[in-house]
Design a protein around this ligand. Structure first.
Ligand code: SF4
Length: 396
């Protein structure tokens, strides 16, 4: 292999340690992006699942008239988010009926697109396209955003990495508000098809009591439609400051809950999330996660991060503290995506991500936090690496 990739990163041993080979490939694809040939893209959007931007856009460039895969699978089952970048050397091509990933110089492995769910071409009883209400994340996680709205944009105080408004304006691919009935019907179809194992749900910045009421109605509708008492999956509402509010979320019937803290370092949190940090302090976030562990049980409360904006040291401090209280962490790999304030910047190298996530996995493993995979697993999304690093360390 060459000594450097096109960004100048050293990659002498890249992909050669079989224990971490697919973790390294995934980290490289998430930080550099990739392209696919027209032959490889045949059937994407019909037979194979295409992107349908439910909330954010994660590509390096917009592609309004081109259907590209949402995510794909590596030979060991690792799920990778497709982040389109025409400048990347990584390419997926169709050869002899197989999809082959190469780095511009040599082939790395075969990959598989994921099947398009049947519900993507169905309508709810109210006549709405189901795909405009919910989308399958990764191989098995049904995603809903009950309201695509965030008040921080109006004051120009949105999180620097966020492209919610621009994604919605560019693709207009989802309904901005969805009813509990419509969401329940989509869940019924998705679970009936058999691929869906979990849900993940988030929403806009609503007043806390209104959000609790709305989420409870939605979870109740999902439970009724899928015929289960409790719903496997995770909701990501605004932090609930009172313990009784968290109890109401639990009583709604959802099994897991998470809060999007984004950045552990407090000063960086204020700088990167100017609006959010005014409404919820770092300490209030941590308190919410602690209360969530008490109510939902160890492993079923999550803190969500955008990894790659703060130093490894503070990120790992966060992992250490959250693991010590029995919480799990879901760190998404930062994409400097179009329409965000950080568009055009660059994420850390893939080596940084691999090292950091393996260290994070060691911390989580030694703290003995239950993996929480009944509610969110490595097949649920392709844009985080910690589940994959935990698998490397034997935790699934
Ligand atoms: S809180 Fe931040 S990340 Fe969430 S939608 Fe608003 S700006 Fe985006």
């Amino acid at each position: 292999m060459s000594n450097t990739d096109y960004l100048g990163h050293s990659n002498t041993d890249l992909f050669e340690n079989s224990g971490t080979k697919y973790l390294e490939i995934k980290a490289e694809l998430l930080t550099v992006g990739l392209e696919a040939t027209p032959a490889a893209l045949q059937g994407v959007g019909t037979s194979y699942k295409a992107q349908n931007h439910g909330l954010f856009g994660w590509d390096f460039e917009n592609h309004v008239d081109l259907a590209v895969p949402d995510d794909f699978e590596l030979p060991d089952g690792t799920i990778v988010q497709f982040r389109k970048n025409r400048r990347s050397p990584y390419l997926i091509d169709l050869r002899d009926g197989k999809l082959v990933l190469s780095n511009g110089k040599e082939d790395l492995c075969t990959v598989k697109w994921l099947p398009q769910p049947e519900f993507y071409s169905k309508k709810t009883s109210s006549g709405h396209d189901m795909v405009r209400i919910g989308q399958l994340g990764g191989a098995d996680c049904l995603f809903f955003c009950y309201q695509n709205y965030c008040s921080h944009f109006a004051r120009d105080e949105q999180c620097l990495f966020c492209n919610l408004v621009s994604t919605s304006d560019t693709y207009d691919s989802v309904m901005r508000k969805k009813s509990p009935q419509d969401i329940g019907e989509v869940a019924a179809e998705a679970f009936r098809e058999g691929e869906t194992k979990h849900i993940m749900m988030t929403g806009g910045c609503l007043n806390s009591q209104k959000e609790i009421e709305l989420v409870s109605r939605i979870v109740g509708s999902i439970a009724e439609h899928i015929g289960r008492e409790r719903v496997p999956g995770t909701i990501l509402p605004s932090p609930a400051k009172r313990k009784e509010d968290l109890q109401k979320y639990y009583d709604s019937g959802i099994n897991g809950i998470g809060f999007s803290l984004e950045i552990w370092d407090e000063k960086m949190y204020k700088a990167v999330c100017p609006g959010k940090s005014k409404s919820v302090s770092h300490d209030e976030f941590v308190q919410s996660v602690k209360h969530a562990v008490d109510i939902f049980g160890e492993g079923n409360a999550w803190a969500v991060f955008v990894a790659g904006l703060e130093p490894k040291k503070t990120f790992l401090e966060g992992i250490r503290e959250l693991s010590s209280i029995g919480a799990n962490v879901l760190p998404f790999v930062w994409a400097p995506n179009p329409g965000s304030k950080l568009e055009g910047h660059r994420a850390p190298s893939s080596e940084w991500y691999v090292e950091t996530m393996l260290e994070a996995a060691d911390i989580v493993k030694s703290a003995g936090v239950p993996p929480g995979t009944d509610n969110h697993c490595f097949r649920c999304d392709g844009n985080s690496l910690l589940h994959d690093a935990l698998r490397v360390r034997g935790v699934e």
